[in-house]
Design a protein around this ligand. Structure first.
Ligand code: ATP
Length: 301
């Protein structure tokens, strides 16, 4: 990441952390002393224990909603599983849980065993936890305030029996609000992957995500541009929907990696399961991108 960019707003100083009087919950506060930061809260210890057999944890984030973050997460999970990896997906987008639809698990209900909450496995063997599994019907809204949603996601991590996984992909809510930031601070991540389209507004919000990640010391593995082009049905020409890639320009500006781009798939219905055999434009484009993300996660371990 470029060190020259210094337009990050730092968090306001927290006096109790600065004086060393904060509780162990303050360990991730930017104002905490080195000793405070070394202290681990009970929750953090539970998270570490639960994820001890998960080799890589990667969060998929976006500055804006609707840019394809869940589609990218689900297709990355499919691609990694096709590479023979053991994959789990934590759908941390509590108010807009789409992962069960994309991975063919609509209508399923969460069950618990002596080991904790049991993730539901899709037909590719991908283990999924989502708030959708606790809703009565898929059109029931999750009318919970932010802190309750964050607590639910934390519980999904502390209470789930993930078992051995090569990759846990975490689909975060969009933006730089309390929920994505809390999850990024609580779960020890290899890094985040940022998804954006090349629309001006979407790219604008990506800068905020990059600066947030920098502030809370979470590595950015790179950027993926979604719906970047359409393949002309009659020739090889790529029709770039938003003109020249602004996501690539932004990656260069911040000294970040452009991991890849995914075309707009006119056949993607959005409500149906992504084809489990991977035969779709989106999953085909995702395969080399998933391999790159896997390599990057290995490097950042
Ligand atoms: N490459 C693509 N080609 C065609 N349609 C796509 C593509 N990527 C995403 N979509 C469609 O765009 C819509 C938004 O995608 P998705 O739900 O994955 O976005 P999101 O960023 O996770 O949204 P939110 O943050 O609001 O949950 C969906 O209808 C999805 O099917």
């Amino acid at each position: 990441m470029s060190d020259t960019n210094d337009n990050t707003l730092s968090a306001p100083e927290c006096s109790s952390c600065k004086d060393g009087k904060g509780s162990s919950k303050c360990a991730s506060c930017p104002s905490a002393s080195p000793e405070m930061r070394a202290k681990k809260s009970e929750t953090e210890q539970q998270i570490e224990q639960r994820l001890s057999k998960v080799k890589h944890r990667i969060a998929i984030v976006s500055g804006k909603g609707g840019v394809g973050k869940s589609t990218v997460t689900a297709s990355m999970a499919l691609s990694l599983s096709m590479l023979g990896k053991k994959v789990g997906v934590l759908d941390a987008d509590v108010s807009g849980p789409n992962i069960p639809h994309l991975l063919g698990l609509e209508g399923r209900k969460l069950e618990a065993s002596m080991e904790g909450l049991e993730p539901i496995m899709n037909r590719n063997g991908i283990k999924v936890i989502s708030s959708e599994f606790v809703l009565t019907t898929s059109d029931t809204p999750m009318l919970w305030r932010g802190p309750m949603r964050t607590t639910l996601v934390t519980q999904f991590v502390t209470d789930t029996n993930w078992g051995e996984l090569d990759y846990l992909l975490i689909d975060l809510p969009p933006g730089t609000g309390d929920e994505p930031m809390s999850v990024m601070q609580q779960i020890p991540l290899d890094g985040i992957v940022i998804v954006s389209t090349s629309s001006n507004l979407s790219v604008l919000d990506v800068s905020k995500i990059i600066n947030m990640a920098k502030t809370i010391n979470v590595p950015v593995l790179g950027l993926i541009e979604n719906m970047s082009y359409m393949q002309c049905p009659d020739c090889d020409r790529k029709i770039r929907l938003f003109g020249e890639s602004k996501v690539e320009r932004l990656a260069k500006q911040y000294g970040l990696r452009m991991i890849g781009e995914i075309p707009l798939d006119p056949l993607n219905s959005g409500v149906d399961e992504l084809p489990a055999d991977g035969r779709s434009l989106i999953v085909t484009a995702m395969k080399p991108i998933a391999q790159r993300v896997a390599d990057l996660a290995e490097k950042h371990k």
